[in-house]
Design a protein around this ligand. Structure first.
Ligand code: GDP
Length: 320
């Protein structure tokens, strides 16, 4: 019998990468539902889905996500939609006896000024970054939902916290996207227009760690498939989430310079310090994941190059 795996959020960047990863297996049946078929904000609809779909495992990759500007502008959407989707899916999965679930969070769950690199136990030790606090609170709630169903009901619900992700199927909206797709598009258009300069938000000094989404998908499947003993031996009882990243970061300026090289833009970079920098640094401590046998494969320049190729091939239908 094939394992029936529901990937929630399969049209998104991470969900689609997880589906590609799972499709490589032949003992798996991947179940997906489009937004039109199943509104994850609707508790009754989610319940009805789980009541009949006979699901063995869930990858919870559905989320309302966005960059620094979107988080700052639509805080209600970010906290409401994420909390609702997490509650609906995790509770319905439990009610319909799904034993295995993987929840995808974010590195912004950690305090704004957490000691770097950030260990899993930095969670809830200090104040969050203000620009994305509502989103972070929802993601922290997701981790705590998983832990609570494990404690009270003996479920095996795991959580992975990715660093900043990028890759194919990203959102290329000029304002609401994350820095990599935003700059890829801006540099590309500047190259076509022959513009002398391109604006990069903030001071260029914040440091970020970037992980290609195919690596994230591989790590997600790796963590989901660890046997329970190995997983539990590596996590403290009240700390069930695992960081996923490269353990390497760079400044926004350095990333922008690499991006300009990849895109072939030769003009000047101008930094607009009236735009927010966000948290100064958020480098993951990935030693726990390394001890569980996983390491990233795709370096930043290589990942930017393949993402740019995807961008060129999909210019008419990318999300924005
Ligand atoms: P964050 O990691 O949650 O802050 O997510 P972002 O990817 O939105 O931003 C990362 C950093 O890149 C921040 O310091 C931004 O100010 C900076 N940045 C520079 N240019 C841009 C841009 O065009 N869009 C976005 N979203 N961020 C930018």
């Amino acid at each position: 019998m094939k394992t029936r795996i529901f990937v929630a959020g399969h049209n998104g960047m991470v969900g689609s990468a997880i589906v590609r990863q799972l499709m490589k297996r032949d003992n798996v049946e991947v179940i997906t539902r489009s937004r039109q078929e199943l509104n994850l904000l609707d508790q009754a609809a989610v319940n009805a889905f789980f009541a009949t779909a006979n699901i063995d495992q869930v990858y919870l990759a559905a989320a309302k996500v966005g960059g620094i500007h979107a988080n700052n502008t639509y805080p209600a959407d970010f906290i409401y939609e994420n909390l609702m989707m997490e509650c609906n899916i995790i509770h319905a999965a439990h009610q319909h006896d799904v034993q295995h679930l993987l929840f995808l969070g974010s590195s912004c769950i950690y305090p704004k000024l957490a000691t770097q690199p950030m260990k899993e136990n930095a969670l809830l030790t200090d104040t969050l970054e203000a620009t994305n606090e509502p989103y972070a609170i929802a993601k922290i709630a997701g981790i705590k939902l998983c832990e609570s169903y494990n404690r009270q009901h003996g479920r095996d619900y795991r959580s992975v916290m990715p660093t900043n992700l990028y890759g194919e199927n990203d959102n290329f909206h000029p304002e609401n996207s994350h820095v990599i797709p935003a700059l890829m598009r801006r540099f590309h258009e500047a190259k076509l227009n022959g513009d002398a300069e391109v604006v990069v938000w903030g001071t260029g000094k914040p440091m970020r760690e970037f992980l290609h989404v195919d690596d994230m998908a591989a790590a997600s499947v790796h963590v989901m498939e660890l046997d329970a003993k190995t997983y539990q031996a590596n996590t403290e009882p009240m700390l069930s989430h695992i960081n996923v990243g490269t353990g390497v970061d760079c400044t926004i300026r350095e990333m922008a310079e690499t991006m300009a090289k990849v895109v072939g833009y030769e003009g000047k970079l101008v930094f607009d310090s009236s735009k927010p920098d966000g948290t100064p640094r958020k480098l993951m401590d990935v030693s726990r994941l390394a001890a569980l046998g996983w390491r990233y494969r795709i370096g930043l320049e290589q990942g930017l190059a393949s993402t740019y190729q995807w961008f060129l091939d999909n210019q008419d239908n990318f999300r924005q």
